[in-house]
Design a protein around this ligand. Structure first.
Ligand SMILES: *Cc1c(COP(=O)(O)O)cnc(C)c1O
Length: 473
């Protein structure tokens, strides 16, 4: 399988080449040249597999430059009961007839990002070991991504993580999760500024090509294809649990921000998994809901990006969206390049009024939006009627899922985090604290390993240089 750029760069690459890269050289995103189709016989064979073996079957359709035995071992090391809490890894919970929650948040950091990031950690260690190389991952986080990356990379050979976060702005629980890690290869940098400052610093450091090359700077952001393909697996696993045979259809509702999670659902559907609808849920930052309703994609400025009680969906533009638009345009790379490379930077918007109907009818997309008041109401309703406590992002998904149910078609809502991560809003809705898994008892009191740095790219570069040169010497 070879990978192409959504903006038409002529070069084709193999999986292990794009694994450690971000954007394609022309600024596009990598996609496989084609989506492998899964026929009904294969689907029934996969139905009985353990999650790790299902992951191997799906990944091996996309990865042909890692020997099969190695890839199977990587999957088995990644998706264990020990790490994800249950033998099913992503168990389905029935709320009512035809309505399910799929648990994706029982990994080390209690958010679905672990599903992909844990695999990425294993793939990075494997690939760097094979090449005899090292990588320094530089990232910016306001919460979930940074902790998922750190828990995936801790103790891995050949990898260091330098994770910037806005000083004093994450929840005490999120700070404790990250800063209590004592592994020598994990570095927390609390930047005296806001999240945007952290992102600007990462950009500035990455744009310093000499520094980037000398210190082998890489990223783990949500545009990485390996992360996306890892997420395809749980759509299959959810499908098998919600159905008894292979010809039934299932819909998925997905709390969305950067369009990574639901893009994996799109890929699963392109592989012929019988998905009726992919229901995209946004919070008040409704860039994507607006697109699927009107065909206008209008990115927001930072003043129009709201801080909400489902903060991991507070985005102004959706970094993975280009992948879907490329498919929607019949894989027309020159139009994709024109829209994302020219029109969007110049005008902040583009219109696909003629195509958005196909996004709904041919590609199965539906969408909706959820507000703080909806979140509170959904949290209460789910607690009172079902005795189930959910997090704020999952509440957005469930609220919108209910608006798009179809008779006879099961609806699976992807649970993207556990309520303990966003306890303040849960307390506001229910008047009680969410349960905390035993391994997180008292983490706020553990010793913290974090360096406070000014909002200045040079200071961050100095920190990285110091800690790489020391380690190398
Ligand atoms: C990252 C995240 C999302 C959004 O996922 P995308 O792949 O960016 O669309 C939703 N909920 C939670 C809890 C997250 O951490």
């Amino acid at each position: 399988m070879l990978y192409l750029s959504t903006r038409g760069h002529p070069e084709r690459k193999r999986f292990s080449e794009i694994l450690l890269e971000g954007l394609a050289p022309d600024g596009g995103l990598y996609l496989p040249e084609r989506y492998p189709r899964v026929d009904a016989a294969t689907l029934s064979r996969w139905r009985g597999l353990a999650y790790a073996d299902l992951a191997f079957e799906i990944l091996s359709l996309y990865i042909d430059d890692i020997p099969a035995d190695d890839l199977r071992a990587i999957c088995r090391r990644t998706y264990t009961e020990e790490v994800f809490g249950t033998p099913q890894i992503v168990p389905l919970r029935k709320l009512e007839e035809g309505l399910y929650l799929q648990a994706l948040s029982n990994g080390p950091t209690l958010a679905f990002k672990d599903m992909a990031m844990q695999l990425l950690g294993q793939l990075f260690e494997y690939e760097l070991g094979r090449r005899g190389e090292e990588l320094n991952i530089l990232g910016a986080t306001s919460g979930d991504t940074g902790s998922a990356a750190e828990y995936a990379m801790r103790g891995k050979r050949g990898v260091r993580v330098f994770m910037t976060s806005p000083h004093g702005r994450m929840s005490p629980f999120q700070q404790a999760q990250m800063f209590s890690l004592q592994d020598a290869n994990i570095h927390n940098l609390a930047v005296q500024g806001v999240f945007d400052d952290c992102q600007d610093i990462v950009k500035a450091v990455s744009n310093d090509l000499a520094f980037k090359r000398r210190y082998r700077i890489g990223t783990v952001n949500s545009i990485n294809w390996a992360r996306l393909v890892a997420q395809v697996v749980y759509y299959f696993a959810g499908y098998f649990q919600a159905t008894g045979g292979n010809h039934e259809k299932v819909s998925f509702a997905v709390p969305s921000g950067n369009f990574g999670n639901i893009c994996a659902g799109h890929v699963a559907r392109m592989m012929s998994l019988p998905i009726a609808r992919l229901v995209l849920a946004t919070n008040e930052n409704d860039v994507l809901d607006e697109f699927f309703r009107t065909g206008t994609y209008r990115v927001r400025g930072s003043r129009d990006t709201y801080e909400t009680s489902s903060p991991s969906m507070d985005i102004s533009k959706a970094s993975n969206f280009e992948r879907f638009v490329f498919d929607l345009l019949g894989r027309d790379a020159s139009r994709t390049r024109q829209l994302f490379g020219e029109q969007l930077p110049a005008q902040g918007r583009f219109e696909l009024a003629g195509e958005v109907g196909a996004a709904r009818e041919r590609y199965g997309f539906a969408s909706g939006r959820s507000t703080h008041a909806d979140r509170l109401a959904t949290l209460r309703d789910t607690w009172q009627r079902h005795g189930v406590m959910i997090d704020t992002h999952t509440a957005d998904g469930l609220k919108v899922a209910r608006e798009h149910r179809q008779p006879g078609i099961p609806m699976v809502v992807l649970e993207t985090a556990l309520p303990i991560k966003f306890a303040a809003t849960v307390v506001e809705a229910l008047g009680r604290e969410p349960q905390r898994p035993a391994r997180f008892e008292g983490i706020e009191r553990l010793p913290k390993r974090v360096a406070v740095v000014p909002a200045d790219a040079e200071a961050v570069k100095r920190y990285i240089a110091q800690h790489c040169d020391q380690a190398g010497a």
